[in-house]
Ligand binder design. Structure first.
Ligand SMILES: [Zn+2]
Length: 354
């Protein structure tokens, strides 16, 4: 199903000192303009590259060529890129480690978990604090990244507070969050804030073309302008043709475009579809999909009921006992709510396309 194979995420600038995502250059300059605060909170819309920016900033702090930091060439910059710098610790939930392709590489012989945790657990924070008290390996200080910081549960956040308040000399902390309101106010208030905006649409599309996407605009629309999320969808096999076809298939009760996909992704796609149908029913324009050839939307009441049912599924059915059956029933639910008349032009066009 996958159109591309995701590689483990790389940290830091390349050998020429170029950032891993082109739109981070400006944010890096913005961070430099801030005072050398010991704790920085990188926030802004999801999918902008918070972790990449954190890696870049950490690399700049640890770089052995301060005039060009991050130079990309010194020993320290190489170690950051290889994620083996003794003075950089990146703490992520186990589930994020899996997403990044980092599982099995670090934290020694941790056994794979049946259900990877979405939390930064208190043991991880305690281990990180122990690490902050060890002597710097290369003598330029240390950088601790927590990504995303809002994945810290209350115990984890409380464990971090003293270190945020009085960090050991030479330690700098980088917290990321697409949703800073989810952080404890006591954590938020101890950090200087730096907002990372999404790149402009043309820059995002140009970058996605460099990554091999032929027609990135529909994927960018699906991803609300986030190039990283658009790339994630592409890696799951979505492209412009899939996106144009998907709503018509759903209206016709065809679950094959969703077969084999993770339930949270299926629910996300259907929630975006119901959003667009509601927009159309209210006389507005769709946001996530292109609505040429769609059957007319159902009445608002049945769309609202469908949306509520999807939200209930999102809360309860992340790991259903029978995902294939659930996907079938979600599509049946969608078709019933949308309810195109039998033999409608859309249904006929799906059939004739086969
Ligand atoms: Zn360097």
């Amino acid at each position: 199903m996958s159109a591309r194979t995701a590689e483990p995420m790389r940290l830091g600038a390349d050998e020429q000192g170029r950032p891993p995502l082109p739109w981070l250059a400006e944010a890096l300059a913005g961070a430099r303009a801030l005072q050398r605060s010991h704790a920085l909170l990188l926030h802004g819309p999801a999918g902008g590259g918070h972790l990449q920016l954190a890696g870049l900033l950490a690399q700049a702090w640890l770089c052995e060529d301060p005039a060009h930091a991050p130079c990309g060439r010194c020993g320290s910059c190489h170690l950051v890129r290889a994620r083996s710098h003794p003075d950089l610790l990146v703490v992520v939930p186990q589930a994020v480690r899996v997403q990044l392709g980092w599982q099995g590489e670090e934290e020694g012989a941790t056994k794979p978990e049946a259900k990877p945790s979405r939390d930064i657990r208190v043991e991880q924070v305690r281990q990180a604090i122990d690490w902050t008290h060890q002597t710097s390996g290369r003598g330029r200080g240390k950088a601790l990244v927590l990504h995303p910081a809002d994945a810290m549960n209350t115990a984890s956040a409380n464990a971090l507070l003293k270190t945020l308040e009085e960090p050991p000399a030479g330690l700098r902390l980088l917290l990321t969050s697409a949703d800073p309101e989810r952080l404890l106010p006591t954590v938020r208030s101890r950090c200087q804030k730096l907002r990372l905006a999404l790149p402009a649409a043309d820059q995002a599309a140009a970058w996605l073309r460099e990554q091999g996407l032929a027609e990135p605009e529909p994927l960018l629309a699906l991803a609300s302008g986030s190039p990283l999320e658009a790339l994630g969808w592409a890696e799951e096999g979505l492209d412009a043709a899939w996106l144009a076809d998907f709503p018509i298939r759903v209206a016709a009760g065809d679950a094959t475009p969703l077969a084999g996909r993770a339930i949270p992704r299926v629910v996300d796609l259907l929630l975006k579809l119901v959003h667009d149908l509601m927009a159309r029913a209210a006389g507005g324009a769709p946001r996530f999909f292109t609505a040429s050839r769609w059957p007319a939307p159902a009445d608002m009441a049945s769309l609202v009921a469908w949306q509520k049912a999807l939200l209930r599924t999102a809360r309860h059915d992340e790991h259903p006992w029978n995902a294939a059956l659930l996907i079938e029933s979600l599509v049946t639910q969608a078709t019933a709510a949308w309810a195109p008349a039998s033999g409608s032009p859309a249904k006929a066009s799906v059939h004739s396309a086969r």
